[in-house]
Design a protein around this ligand. Structure first.
Ligand code: FAD
Ligand code: MLT
Ligand code: ZN
Length: 471
């Protein structure tokens, strides 16, 4: 090992090779504090060439590499195991924007760019970079692509994969694949870009990307509405899709129990709708025509929704700070859950046509089999993506509750997901958290194909081993 560290220092400045426990500590535990590992060293390269040299050296010494961005992932993908033999490759120093191509409406940037900084740079240049999620102040583009992150704008602009046109990747051999092209059409055989996106660092290290930009909307209007049941929320979504079409940029759902938890930890974020209704929906419209146009459209749709009794209450944000407060309320549910203590997360997608059945049946089964549990269900309803999270009954120690019930709760929920032909990972990925669940739910043929790809691209199994798929 001393040999390995010694050879590293021939091309990477010593101060970017962290081997002391105190220096490594900030990189060893994930955001949820669910996983903590050990590492031989934390390496902080600043160029793709340095990344390539590191991987070549790791291949020579058979040392496993755990790529890391902002370490905000929910599945332990960026956390090393407990062996102390893996290295963490944190890409935060690779944070340069290489180019903004205004005519092509693209931005070329390095993997360590923080998402919020990219949004800001895009806006300063008159563009929208639409990827948006609660962790945007610390997650990085490389991590977003490696997890194929979703967030709140997927409904209109798609997920990280849909926003990506080109990639630069360091392979398991330490070669640099230059796929930095801003093309909207390219059918030159297998789509390597799409293979690396969503592979969570198991097939290659993403060092740079070309991402799409969009014109900034002229006006955005945000509203909170109340629905009595899930069938109404879907009818409302379909109404907005029909009447607002591409102007619909956000459709987020929060249950009464989610917002009760929010208010418990963040009292200033109380639901402005009267009586905390069963379902609160946050809707955003974005317009390129005029403020009057979008406001009139929003009011007309809400009027129709009231007339058909699809909604029972509504409040429209009249200024930017009110609109931000609505979004903060939605985004704080995750933080409220963290304050409350350990909880069981389920990031699932269900076809919208089965969502009503899924929620009614699963809520009933959960309440019957685990009396008193709190179902903290919220998410990107427009994408059929629920964060169907389970908190222990009030007053019960979360760790004890989880130890006793975690397996049965996952099985119940994933069984229901399967019945509805849904997915057990919508946007957060697999990492180490869902390794066994993926094997059980992906289907044998698909799982074997994944293993074949992993063996072909990383025969020594040095890239994030035992994450996503074990070979
Ligand atoms: P990390 O956590 O560092 O890494 C994630 C995975 O990608 C790991 O497997 C890692 O090995 C791999 N990886 C990282 N960088 C690279 C690279 N350059 N090359 C190859 N592999 C790499 N996610 C959503 O999808 N939607 C949400 O709405 C959302 N909201 C969130 C809100 C909060 C408050 C928090 C804490 C998280 C949220 N997340 C959400 C989860 C998380 O932010 C995303 O998964 C994000 O994309 C991870 O980025 P990161 O830079 O933190 O990656
Ligand atoms: C969200 O949509 O807020 C995130 O995915 C976070 C979460 O699931 O808690
Ligand atoms: Zn989410």
């Amino acid at each position: 090992m001393q040999d390995f560290i010694q050879q590293l220092s021939t091309f990477l400045n010593q101060k970017y090779i962290l081997t002391q426990d105190a220096d490594k500590a900030p990189y060893l535990t994930d955001w949820r504090k669910r996983f903590t590992g050990k590492a031989l060293a934390v390496l902080l390269p600043s160029t793709s060439a340095e990344v390539a040299e590191i991987i070549k050296l790791c291949a020579k010494h058979h040392i496993a590499v755990v790529p890391q961005g902002g370490h905000t992932g929910f599945c332990g993908g960026a956390t090393p195991d407990n062996s102390g033999t893996q290295i963490i490759l944190n890409l935060k120093r690779m944070n340069q924007i290489r180019e903004i191509d205004k005519a092509n409406q693209t931005i070329t940037l390095e993997a360590g760019c923080i998402l919020q900084a990219v949004q800001t740079t895009a806006a300063e240049n008159g563009f929208l970079f639409p990827l948006s999620l609660g962790a945007e102040g610390s997650c990085m583009i490389g991590g977003n692509l490696a997890t194929n992150a979703g967030g709140t704008n997927v409904l209109r602009y798609g997920n990280a994969r849909d926003l990506c046109l080109g990639l630069e990747v360091v392979t398991a051999k330490g070669e640099i694949w230059n796929g930095i092209k801003g093309l909207r059409k390219d059918n030159t055989g297998y789509d390597l870009r799409d293979l690396f996106i969503g592979s969570e660092g198991t097939l290659g290290i993403i060092t740079a990307a070309v991402m799409k930009l969009y014109p900034l909307p002229i006006s955005q209007w945000t509203t909170l509405v109340a629905c009595d049941n899930i069938a109404s929320t879907i009818a409302l979504l379909n109404l907005f899709q029909k009447r607002a079409s591409a102007l619909l940029t956000g459709f987020e759902m929060m249950t009464c129990e989610s917002l009760t938890l929010n208010e418990k930890h963040f009292p200033h974020m109380a639901n402005p709708l009267q009586g905390n209704p069963p379902y609160t929906i946050l809707i955003e419209l974005s317009d390129h025509e005029s403020e009057a146009h979008v406001r009139q459209l929003l009011e007309a749709i809400l009027e129709e929704a009231f007339e058909t009794q699809t909604i029972t209450d509504a409040v429209i944000a009249t200024n930017l700070s009110q609109a931000n407060a609505f979004w903060h309320m939605r985004e704080h549910i995750t933080l409220a859950q963290a304050e409350e203590g350990a909880n069981l997360k389920h990031d699932i997608t269900i076809p919208l046509s089965s969502l009503d059945r899924f929620i009614q049946e699963t809520d009933a089964l959960m309440k019957e089999r685990f009396p008193g549990v709190r179902i903290i269900n919220f998410g990107h309803l427009g994408d059929g993506n629920l964060h169907y999270n389970i908190a222990p009954p009030l007053g019960m120690d979360p760790k004890t509750f989880n130890e006793m019930n975690e397996k049965q709760i996952h099985e119940l929920i994933y069984g229901q997901v399967e019945c509805c032909q849904g997915s057990i990972s919508a946007e957060h990925g697999v990492g180490q958290l869902k390794l066994d669940d993926l094997r059980a739910h992906k289907g044998e043929v698909a799982h074997d194909l994944m293993k074949t790809l992993k063996r072909a691209l990383d025969p020594q199994n040095i890239l994030n081993p035992h994450k996503v798929v074990s070979i």
